[in-house]
Design a protein around this ligand. Structure first.
Ligand code: UD1
Length: 338
């Protein structure tokens, strides 16, 4: 299948390019490089041996997207294009809503005009909202997203569900990611956040490489076995393979499915820190800090639906995630900037 990866030069998109190629598909990336770097394509060539087709364009640019759709004749679309920093989304909500909705709406209009009927959407477990009871199952109603980033993912899901109703014959997969970490085992591609990271693993690796002085352990009084927050960390390569499985599924199914992509296992902040230190034989500077506002104690998936529907399940361990995250950061202290 020829597959458009909108926003495909980023962390999850670039890993999905590799897995799609290895599964015999033909990825085409459109990205405005807002939060990514064109050097990723040299790295993708080193990993796959292929020149990946890349258009530098804004997915909100309807004219540019129309031209690309007319030329490429896609079999399916994966929609990764969106802003993703939670605190920034609170400060710049209008910018987040404009971009994160416009990218999807532009793609849907192009799909209608060009007869493309399959789309995978990069959603997030954050759409479940503050639910105290894990595991989270797709049939649970949302408790209400708690920030503009989360709302933008929720609104996208609503838009895509309605798009299937008004376009019978379309197929949509709404993939709710849990906490993607890790990197390709080559150490050539990985996460390259803008500015100071918000999320745990890129913060850990930047402390380890000496770019940040210490790690804040945000909250040690949660009702969890060791008092620190529990999350469902998923290796980005497993996550990328989940997209390949979703594309294959959409090929012979119509309708709309919400699917969790997680391991089903929760690890605490201290589990991640201890594993990172052990497998990489280093020690992190740590400081006990207050909880971040709004953080949940425990948040992990029920991954049964993905297994039943897609025949997909995770294979990599927390050791793999910690080893691969560090290999990427150590080999590329400044991400793609060197
Ligand atoms: C965050 C986002 C969520 C997004 C998800 C995906 C927020 C509030 N939520 O969720 O919308 O879908 O990432 O990547 O940003 N922690 C520390 N020290 C740090 C950073 C984090 O102790 O420097 C702890 C947190 O308190 C939490 C855990 O590490 O318990 C994971 O945090 P993070 O990586 O930010 O993920 P989420 O909070 O799950």
């Amino acid at each position: 299948m020829k597959i458009l990866l909108a926003g495909g030069a980023g962390f999850i998109g670039s890993h999905t390019v590799v897995e799609l190629i290895q599964a015999g598909h033909e990825p085409v990336v459109v990205d405005n490089l807002y939060n990514s770097n064109r050097k990723v394509f040299e790295r993708l060539k080193a990993i796959t041996g292929k020149d990946v087709c890349f258009y530098e364009a804004d997915v909100c640019d309807a004219q540019a997207m129309d031209d690309i759709f007319a030329r490429e004749h896609f079999d399916a679309v994966i929609q990764f294009a969106g802003y993703k920093a939670v605190p920034e989304s609170v400060r710049e909500s209008v910018k987040y809503y404009r971009n994160n909705l416009d990218t999807t709406l532009t793609l849907l209009e192009c799909m209608q005009r060009h007869g493309v009927t399959r789309i995978v959407f990069s959603s997030s477990a954050t759409v479940y909202g503050p639910i105290e009871e894990s595991p989270l199952v797709e049939t649970m109603p949302s408790a209400g997203p708690t920030n503009p980033y989360a709302w933008s993912k929720y609104m996208n899901e609503v838009i895509l569900r309605d798009a299937v109703v008004s376009n019978p014959g379309w197929s949509v997969a709404l993939l709710r990611y849990f906490n993607p970490i890790g990197a390709h085992e080559s150490g050539l591609i990985g996460e390259n956040p803008l500015g100071i990271p918000n999320n745990l693993m890129p913060y850990v690796t930047q402390v380890a490489v000496g770019k940040l002085p210490h790690l804040n352990i945000n909250g040690t009084d949660f009702p969890t076995p060791d008092g620190t927050g529990v999350r469902d960390y998923i290796h980005v390569v497993d996550l990328a393979r989940g997209h390949v499985a979703a594309c294959d599924y959409l090929f012979d199914h119509t309708g709309c499915e919400v699917i969790n992509l997680g391991t089903g296992v929760g690890y605490s902040v201290m589990d991640v820190v201890n594993t990172f230190e052990r497998v990489n034989e280093l020690t992190l500077e740590k400081v006990i800090a207050p909880r971040r506002p709004g953080d949940m104690a425990s948040y992990y998936s029920d991954p049964t639906k993905a297994k039943n529907l897609l025949g997909w399940q995770t294979e990599k361990t927390l050791d793999d995630m910690c080893r691969d995250s560090w290999r990427w950061q150590k080999n590329n202290p400044n991400g793609y900037e060197d």
